[in-house]
Design a protein around this ligand. Sequence first.
Ligand SMILES: [Zn+2]
Length: 280
Amino acid sequence: MMRPTLQCPCNLNYCETVFRYDAPPPGEMRIDFGAQTYQRAYLRCALCRHWYSENPLDLSRLYDSAYVSATYGDRFRETFQRILALPPEGSDNAARVARVLQFARAKNLPSHKAPTLLDIGSGLGVFPYRMKEAGWECTVLDPDARAVEHATTVVGVRAIKGDFLTITPEQVGTFELVTFNKVLEHVLDPVRMLERATGFLRTNGWVYIELPDGEVASHHGSQREEFFIEHHHVFSAGSLNMLAERAGFLTLSVERLHEPSGKFTLCAFLAPKSLSPAAP
Ligand SMILES: [Zn+2]
């Protein structure tokens, strides 16, 4: 079994099992595991309060199609339209766009050209669509061919099918902003993925991340969506900071959100340590 890692100093030595699952919680995607019995757990590090999934089930082919089908039911366009039609106060994305635009204003980007954004794991593309409306030039990267087709034809942004662990800046370009909206919890080694973002940043560029907040969600029990099977990691404010540090970033700000959808989320703006000797 592949184990999740955060290169945490505790190295899983100070973890305790907090939640055990022998059936999917309500609302979790249904995956056909064949003869394997559904059994998994979440361990929590007593030092940094990070949550590691202990999951012997085979998720290796999850993102080939099962995740996308289970999440969007092959109805990209309808789901995209439905989310776009949400009133701003009911939309996680509207608040996200407002946060990013406010941060960008404080950065005083040159006004003679459109700022550029690379969104990793774009899914439905609601975020790049709204950022495009706000005058940004958006590129999205997704491993799923249907997501890429949807981003090109419906969302109307530049879309690339690929894996962020192997794609290069020569292929994609460099950007003022790289975003990971609820992406890093899905990979076994989020440090390795986040550290690659540095190579895609322009001078004074920065990174925005959103992660599930296990510290708050755990107070509401084991059945919360933050602890669904597709998350190898669930974060604490401490482990978010450690993730950033290990990946070569300085955490500029962290915020705890209770989003309109009900999700408990940590969001943060990060600057690469190599390019930003001083925080703004
Ligand atoms: Zn730890």
